[in-house]
Design a binder for this molecule. Structure first.
Ligand SMILES: [Mg+2]
Length: 349
């Protein structure tokens, strides 16, 4: 089949907290073909990425063939190279991610196969989910066996106490076998991380995520032996196999967390998973419980661990996609719908 049009839209979000996400959150990409098949993808970069797709990528894509996974790889390389002057990382690659995922969705629909089947087949019939967010008690009630909570260093020694109290509470709620993680969103420094590892050791945290910035790869690497057995996780702000080659070279993280809707889609994700395998690290895609990462997890050597963000009990959310798998008793499964098996919610388009 041939690509006939490519279009990105920024959903009409009603509930995004004021932050960089207000205008730069997730986009929906639609790829149409001459067979009538439409592919949908999810990218990042908001209004800026919409401009990248509609203003630049669309004209490079119209008329291209889409008949095999190799066509998607070729298109990825064309778009990456064409966007080098303003791209390589960040918004341009977030835009490319949305296009890539829409192409995988369209090809899956054409072949009447889930994307995971295009990737070589399902290796994990179900994936262990972990719940990220601040509503620890609710996630435990929902049956999750793993939980990651946010912690921010605000510049005061009470931040040590708040971390200890949160870890203690999570361990009590989830029990001794659960995996408990902290995401500190680049708010700890080197010394804080080492002190936290000491104070939190009795709660056996599985990983510390995003302790330093992604520009501090060597410093991240130097923390790994100092916080053992807790792992150092990161990578949601890294892009493409090119970016992850620096992560591999420096040994920055035990756990790599590419975001499949930001890092370059499934095509970049496959390259990153292979690099991770060679580096002997765990690959646990950021927000991997959403269909975009879940198909990659189900079909490849990614860890059996998918991140979901249930939000807060009783609080409504913008649901961009209809048909997303929902965790049940702490586990997720892809369905056997062709492509990614989801539709954009018309109320937000
Ligand atoms: Mg994170």
């Amino acid at each position: 089949m041939k690509i006939t049009s490519v279009n990105a839209v920024y959903p009409r979000y009603a509930r995004i907290p004021k932050s960089w996400r207000t205008t730069l959150w997730q986009i929906v990409v639609r790829v149409e073909t001459d067979t009538g098949i439409t592919g949908y993808g999810y990218g990042g970069g908001g209004l800026a990425a919409v401009e990248v797709v509609n203003g630049h990528f669309a004209e490079l894509l119209n008329g291209r063939s889409l008949d095999a996974t190799g066509d998607i790889t070729s298109i990825w390389d064309v778009l990456y190279e064409a966007s080098i002057p303003y791209g390589r990382k960040g918004v341009a690659i977030m835009a490319l991610s949305g296009v890539d995922l829409a192409l995988w969705d369209a090809l899956g629909k054409a072949e009447r196969k889930p994307v995971a089947e295009l990737l070589g087949g399902v290796r994990k019939e179900r994936v262990r989910a972990y719940a990220t967010g601040a509503d620890t008690d609710w996630y435990a009630e929902l049956g999750f066996t793993a939980h990651k909570m946010p912690h921010r260093w605000n510049g005061s020694p009470v931040d040590y106490d708040s971390a200890v109290n949160a870890a203690k509470h999570a361990r009590e709620m989830f029990g001794s076998d659960a995996e408990i993680m902290f995401d500190v969103y680049m708010s700890w420094d080197h010394a804080t991380t080492i002190e936290m590892a000491k104070r939190l050791s009795e709660y056996r945290l599985h990983w510390f995520e995003d302790v330093l910035t992604p520009d501090d790869l060597e410093a991240n690497a130097s923390l790994r032996p100092l916080v053992k057995p807790t792992l150092i996780a990161g990578g949601e702000h890294e892009f493409t196999h090119v970016g992850f080659s620096d992560v591999a070279r420096t040994g920055a993280y035990n756990v790599w967390q590419p975001d499949i809707t930001w890092c370059g889609g499934i095509t970049a994700g496959l390259r990153i998973v292979e690099m991770g395998r060679q580096a002997g690290v765990q690959v646990v895609p950021h927000r991997g419980g959403e269909v975009w990462g879940l198909h990659l997890i189900a079909a490849t050597e990614c860890e059996d661990f998918g991140e979901v963000l249930p939000g807060m009990r009783g609080v409504a959310r913008d649901e961009v996609w209809l048909g997303e798998p929902v965790a049940s008793d702490g586990y997720l499964s892809i369905n056997d719908e062709p492509g990614f098996g989801v539709q954009p919610n018309p109320e937000l388009m």
